[in-house]
Design a protein around this ligand. Structure first.
Ligand SMILES: [Zn+2]
Length: 486
């Protein structure tokens, strides 16, 4: 079906060119820019063969096509994240499919600055980051904006913006961004105003999330188009805010956004068409890329079954309890607290494979053990609850908690042991958390944290291996409840 469409389109385009040249001597239909964009791929490479195919079709029928990644290409699949060197499948495929622009997202730093540097050196694409001061070694690898001239001469400038948390850093492990400093993106965007005069069309390529994209559009009137990422939002039709249109293409390589922007002879936009391509409905693939992906996926190591259970994990909470039990057991701590955002799977089949383990815990954080008082544990739980709009955001093992409203916007945390008895206020506990939390919550943690030098994914794998080795079974985690809100 698609192939027929492809050939018809080519013939149509060929006839169009012939007639345009014949009757006027110029290419009438050339003033069109096609942008293909995806975001938050998170190491899910499987649909890249389809994206490659679509990019080729577009290249064959348009002189001006740009393929853009809006950031967060890593962390999400062991096929990419556990590969040595890390991220190599993404790098290889991006170079082969002719990715033009890559906007730095927070997860681009996940493998550390050194690996990012090599990734950018070997990448055939242009990488963009503006709202940051970067180490000397990155200066030639990152552009703060990208000027593009269409085949007819319309000047388009692309400007990137990266999300920055309240603490002044993007959401990644702090060790990975040593030597970088960042500027708050919405305020920083003012610096792009001079590029408006230098261009016919200014496009913001953001890794901010849709909420901040809306704020960007409300605050500045000089971004007619905002192509976003970070919030994993699937936008079917452009969101119109002020003078801007905002688009974003879901996540995990499920969608490819296609923008077709037509310019008139005054170099003004006269039409903008948008289509969100659902890649599940696309059958055609670039065969060379498909072969490469199959090769990467074939690695038998990841299919190894670690444990066979009598039940499936049906909720993120159930997976979260397994994770916390594993972390606590592996380091021999009293209690484990684990941020919900660090657990990336909400379901697990009866058979848990090595791939499942690293899909569940893709971030390479270490386990850190603290000596904490009951009041300190309570404070940390409450902080996460309030930060996540009054939703529990820390999984727990070795204890249970109840969050109760005591007045308007005031809550208390009641902590009890596994036996439901309240925890002794004067007791100190060995509490294990991950190094992402240790770095981000350092102000709320005591100074006595000790790294176990164990990576969270490796710890879960080890836990399941030991359990299976002893012939022990996991409890049905769907029936376990350690967190309640009243
Ligand atoms: Zn992100």
């Amino acid at each position: 079906m698609v192939l027929r469409f492809f050939s018809l389109k080519r013939i149509k385009h060929f006839l169009l060119i012939i007639s345009a040249v014949f009757f006027s001597g110029v290419l009438l239909n050339a003033e069109k820019l096609v942008i293909l964009h995806f975001n938050d791929l998170h190491a899910r490479i499987d649909n890249l063969a389809k994206i490659a195919f679509i990019a080729q079709i577009n290249d064959q029928s348009n002189p001006d096509v740009l393929l853009i990644s809006l950031g967060d290409n890593f962390s999400g699949s062991p096929i990419v994240d556990q590969c040595q060197p890390q991220g190599e499948p993404v790098l290889n495929i991006f170079n082969k499919i002719g990715l033009d622009l890559l906007v730095i997202g927070n997860h681009e730093f996940d493998y550390g600055a050194e690996r990012l540097q090599t990734f950018l050196q070997k990448g055939k694409f242009t990488a963009l980051l503006a709202n940051a001061q970067v180490p000397e070694t990155f200066k030639t690898l990152l552009l703060s904006y990208y000027p593009y001239q269409t085949s007819v001469g319309t000047k388009i400038i692309f400007v990137p913006l990266l999300q920055v948390d309240e603490d002044g850093y993007p959401s990644t492990h702090p060790d990975a961004i040593k030597g970088f400093s960042f500027y708050e993106p919405l305020a920083f965007a003012e610096n792009f105003i001079h590029l408006k005069e230098k261009s016919d069309y200014l496009v913001a390529l953001t890794h901010l999330g849709t909420d901040q994209d809306v704020q960007l559009a409300e605050r500045y009137n000089f971004f007619p188009l905002i192509i976003g990422g970070h919030s994993h939002t699937t936008i079917e039709q452009p969101l119109k805010v002020g003078n801007s249109q905002i688009v974003q293409a879901g996540d995990n390589g499920h969608f490819l956004g296609r923008l077709e922007i037509e310019f008139n002879d005054q170099k003004k936009v006269c039409a903008l068409k948008y289509r969100l391509i659902d890649l599940k409905k696309v059958e055609s693939r670039d065969q060379e890329i498909e072969k490469l992906i199959t090769e990467y996926n074939k690695n038998p190591y990841f299919k190894t079954v670690l444990i066979k259970n009598d039940f499936e994990f049906l909720t993120k909470e159930s997976v979260g309890y397994l994770v916390t039990d594993a972390m606590r057991s592996v380091v021999g701590a009293d209690i484990c607290l684990f941020n919900a955002g660090g657990v990336r799977r909400s379901r697990l089949a009866k058979e848990i494979t090595i791939k499942d383990v690293y899909d569940t815990l893709p971030f390479r954080n270490e386990l850190v053990v603290y000596k904490m008082k009951t009041s300190e544990i309570r404070k940390l739980i409450l902080k996460y609850f309030l930060r996540r709009q009054q939703t529990p955001d820390l999984f727990i093992s070795g204890a249970k908690y109840l969050i109760r409203k005591i007045a308007n916007d005031q809550f208390e945390v009641l902590l009890s042991g596994e036996n439901d008895q309240p925890l002794d206020e004067n007791e100190c506990f060995q509490v294990v958390i991950n190094s992402y939390m240790a770095a981000n919550d350092s102000k709320d943690l005591p100074q006595n944290g000790k790294s176990s030098y164990l990576i969270i994914g490796d710890a879960l794998k080890k836990y399941l291996e030991v359990l299976a080795g002893k012939g022990q079974k996991l409890p049905d985690y769907n029936n376990i409840k350690r967190i309640r809100v009243e």
